[in-house]
Design a protein. Structure first.
Length: 116
């Protein structure tokens, strides 16, 4: 069982920056891939960014060039650095971990609100 705890959400002005953290209860070296998802009011949850155990990343087109996902294996933490945020980035951001046995684990989410 993997427990994930997100932090770092809050209120930020458009054009500003925010860093989200996702701390895992196990060594993330044992986790195949970790990702950040978001769900805006009235919309479906979508993948924002993902990083594999060997560091391969992929991003939603809407955040490419603005967001960066990274992982610190020593701290068992994955980060999402958000820059040049836009009101459209307002959502609940959740962390997901997928292990090598095709199990998925989710955190409770952290809310990000971007004011215009």
């Amino acid at each position: 069982q993997v427990q994930l705890v997100e932090s770092g959400g809050g209120l930020v002005q458009a054009g500003g920056s925010l860093r989200l953290s996702c701390a895992a209860s196990v060594s993330i070296v044992s986790i195949n891939r970790m990702g950040w998802y978001r769900q805006a009011p009235g919309k479906q949850r979508e993948l924002v960014a993902q990083i594999t155990s060997d560091g391969v990343t992929n991003y939603a087109d809407s955040v490419k060039g603005r967001f960066t996902i990274s992982r610190d294996n020593a701290k068992n933490t994955v980060y999402l650095q958000m820059s040049s945020v836009e009101p459209e980035d307002t959502a609940v951001y959740s962390c997901k971990a997928g292990d090598y046995h095709f199990n998925d684990y989710w955190g409770q989410g952290t809310r990000v609100t971007v004011s215009s």
